[in-house]
Ligand binder design. Structure first.
Ligand SMILES: [Zn+2]
Length: 750
């Protein structure tokens, strides 16, 4: 293929080279494909987690790590290509997209640009915040958090670089199926406002469809990765959780990738010790804790269970039209009475804070995360194993920047309406049943009381035009009219269409509700088929990639908007926001179908990096208590009375430690379970495992703290001798970062 790339001739040479490509395509598959993955875990202490808008929800450890997972597809080395990144984060960020594109430009020139790169958030509500650029989205993280931002930009860039470097001929298979009970409507009363004949065309009030791509290496015929799209919120972990987590989609990705590792024989080392139970216990008793010791910056990386050398199998669970879909599938109940909440307002006697959704593992949110992750993973695995339909045909893309604050939208009957500057309504402050707000608002509020009006007017009184334009939304924050200290909400949004044969991916910069997503997909499909001159067929698959390239909150249908529940109150650009999206996407679809460029490019969104404000203080500098080294045991493993632990039990150890923000230990780990094999300690679980918890607690006015490592012994753990290890880093004032490690006393697993 590399040789082909050098063919720059025309006519006969071109014909020869395209013939060569066809031959190659038949032999090895249709496309060039590469996958990549990189650790994007941000600061595991102090920084507020992004999603619930809860200022008290700051990070205190890691359940499992966050990653950016990417695939690149190309028609040929010189042909059309695009990169799609699935990012374990609350949402995409305009500033992240801008900076990633700058870096890609300096590496690859024009190869990857705003038109053919999509960065799509999984919508976990358990990732560190502060990486967005508009004021409303960084208010609870006390402004911009450079460390969160850098971790994400680095990871997205690295994942694309890996995917690019891995490009080789291969085939792509597509498959679809319905995921059972992984999402319910959290605004069913709003859904019911959509026309009856429209609702009658669908079996349920949420989309249960999962669409999966399976990437297969053309030479070895081994699979290199799988990406799927399915809509359900990343809110299995609650607004009180303080551990970094990929939530249900991150969990599903971890389960799928680990399944592939063990299925392909690259899994955990098997137990090779052949000593019997009693001598194991005797031996373990002789091995005490190591005490804290200095180590190198990269030590924790060599303790990783899944070393990232660029050859990892990559499986990503991507977000879709998630707006009104909750993973808390048992429904929402009043915390005081246990009865279902008010249907229209999602409140209990007028109090929204008492109406909370329950996941299938209720009241255990970790279990809920696991179950909802598992339901997605199982369906993805089934689709992966049975995928037969091969994608064939063109790679193509269209992209536009659109100023959403004043789009003229032509409705049926030649009626022209307009979108508005961004604003959120009262229902926004009410939050949802996944995480209620704390300010006394209810979903569906169409009035704002005099007190909150007063507070609002101190910030910014909405213009008369805005109040009229947004009706029936009562404008709580006119974010599109607020510019102090800088813009509170986006005005210019990117929209994007990616084509991979008979698959279309729609990159939308927000959270479309179920019905909003259905309308958009249908409009695009219809436009492509009717303008495509036979190029697009009825079997064309259209998926929505939600929360992509930037973030602009929700998009509800016109009918749902009238009720002003949370999703409608968060539909920024007024009642005709969805119609504007459909109109603008149809332009992209028509351009793609007729093979022309998008006519007007529109203004680019601003880069606000130079005006960002940060109020979050860095770690104050570390000094352990006298006589203590970081990495020393604070509380060693408590040996069980039965002398040996069993699967399903929990093992704990607490180490003296320093603020984990000094070094994020990217592609490394803060916590390890080591198993004794002969004379060697082998890492068998790390802080990217679902069964291992790293919990951080600040003490001594922030000058030191404690790191608790908690292992919930999984069913597949083998009998043997184990210990828990901690890695960390510290920094005295005005000196460089020092790295340390320590291991607990050994214990036996029977
Ligand atoms: Zn959401």
């Amino acid at each position: 293929m590399a040789k082909m790339a050098s063919y720059k001739g025309r006519g006969r040479l071109l014909l020869l080279s395209s013939l060569a490509f066809v031959v190659l395509a038949v032999a090895n598959g249709e496309y060039l494909i590469g996958v990549g993955s990189y650790d994007s875990t941000g600061p595991a202490a102090v920084v507020t987690l992004m999603g619930y808008g809860n200022i008290q929800q700051n990070a205190a450890g890691i359940h499992f790590r966050l990653r950016a997972r990417a695939f690149v597809v190309a028609e040929s080395p010189d042909g059309a290509r695009f990169a799609f990144v699935n990012l374990d984060a609350g949402m995409a960020s305009q500033l992240v997209t801008i900076k990633v594109l700058e870096r890609l430009r300096s590496r690859f020139g024009d190869l990857y640009n705003e038109e053919n790169v999509a960065i799509s958030g999984t919508h976990t509500h358990a990732g560190p915040g502060g990486y967005l650029q508009y004021v409303l989205y960084i208010a609870t993280s006390l402004g911009f958090v450079r460390q969160s931002f850098d971790a994400i930009v680095d990871a997205v860039e690295q994942s694309i670089v890996q995917a690019h470097n891995n490009l080789k001929p291969g085939s792509i298979f597509i498959n679809q199926g319905d995921v059972d009970n992984a999402g319910i409507s959290r605004s069913p009363s709003a859904y019911l406002l959509n026309p009856a004949e429209e609702r009658a065309r669908y079996p349920t009030n949420v989309d249960t469809r999962m669409t999966l791509l399976k990437f297969v290496d053309g030479k070895s015929r081994e699979s290199i990765g799988a990406f799927n799209w399915f809509a359900t919120h990343g809110t299995s972990m609650s607004r009180d959780n303080r551990l970094i987590s990929g939530d249900n989609k991150g969990a599903a990705a971890r389960f799928f990738e680990d399944w592939y590792r063990s299925a392909s024989g690259k899994g955990k080392p098997v137990n090779r010790s052949d000593v019997d139970g009693s001598s194991l216990v005797e031996k373990a008793q002789t091995i005490g804790a190591t005490g804290g010791k200095p180590c190198s910056k990269t030590s924790s990386q060599s303790s990783k269970v899944r070393i990232n050398d660029g050859s990892l199998f990559v499986s990503a669970f991507c977000q879709s039209n998630v707006g009104d879909v909750s993973p808390n599938v048992l429904g929402a109940f009043c915390t005081d009475t246990g009865k279902p909440c008010d249907f229209n307002r999602s409140s209990c006697n007028g109090d929204d804070t008492r109406c909370v959704g329950r996941g299938p593992g209720y009241p255990d949110e970790i279990l809920s995360t696991k179950i909802i992750g598992d339901r997605q993973y199982k369906m993805a695995l089934e689709l992966f194993n049975s995928a037969k339909e091969e994608l064939m045909g063109k790679i193509d893309y269209r992209h536009a920047y659109v100023n959403f604050t004043d789009i003229e939208v032509e409705l049926e009957g030649n009626r022209v309406v307009k979108t508005c500057p961004a604003a959120v309504g009262a229902g926004f402050a009410a939050g949802t049943t996944d995480g209620p707000g704390q300010f006394g608002f209810q979903q569906g509020d169409t009035e704002i009381n005099p007190f909150w009006k007063l507070v609002r007017n101190v910030l910014k009184k909405p213009s008369a035009y805005q109040e009229k334009c947004q009706k029936p939304k009562p404008v709580l924050l006119s974010t599109g009219e607020m510019f102090i200290p800088y813009a509170w909400a986006p005005a210019i949004l990117p929209i994007q269409m990616l084509r991979l044969g008979q698959l279309i991916i729609l990159s939308v910069p927000g959270e479309f509700t179920t019905m909003a997503g259905r309308r958009l997909r249908e409009a695009v499909k219809e436009t492509l088929i009717s303008n495509g001159n036979g190029e697009f067929r009825e079997d064309l698959q259209v998926v929505i990639a939600g929360l992509t390239n930037t973030y602009s909150q929700y998009v509800a249908t016109f009918e749902e908007y009238t009720q002003q529940r949370y999703e409608a109150a968060s539909t920024l650009y007024g009642p005709h926001t969805l119609s504007a999206y459909i109109q603008e996407f149809k332009k992209l679809a028509k351009a793609m179908a007729t093979g022309v460029k998008v006519p007007a490019r529109g203004p680019s969104p601003p880069d606000l990096s130079s005006v960002q404000l940060s109020f979050l203080l860095p770690p104050p500098g570390d000094f352990p208590p006298p006589g203590i080294n970081f990495g020393d045991m604070k509380e060693d493993v408590t040996q069980p009375e039965s002398k040996a632990f069993k699967t399903g039990e929990r093992v704990n150890a607490t180490f003296w430690s320093a603020d984990p923000r000094h070094d994020l230990l990217t592609e490394g780990t803060f916590a390890v379970v080591e198993k004794l094999e002969g004379e060697r300690w082998i890492p068998v679980y790390d802080d990217d495992d679902f069964c291992l918890f790293f919990k951080w607690k600040s003490e001594g006015y922030g000058s030191y703290g404690s790191a608790t490592i908690e292992w919930e012994v999984p069913e597949d753990a083998k009998p043997g001798i184990y210990r828990l290890r901690h890695y960390g880093s510290s920094q005295k004032i005005f000196s460089s970062t020092e790295y340390f490690t320590g291991a607990s006393s050994a214990f036996t697993l029977s």
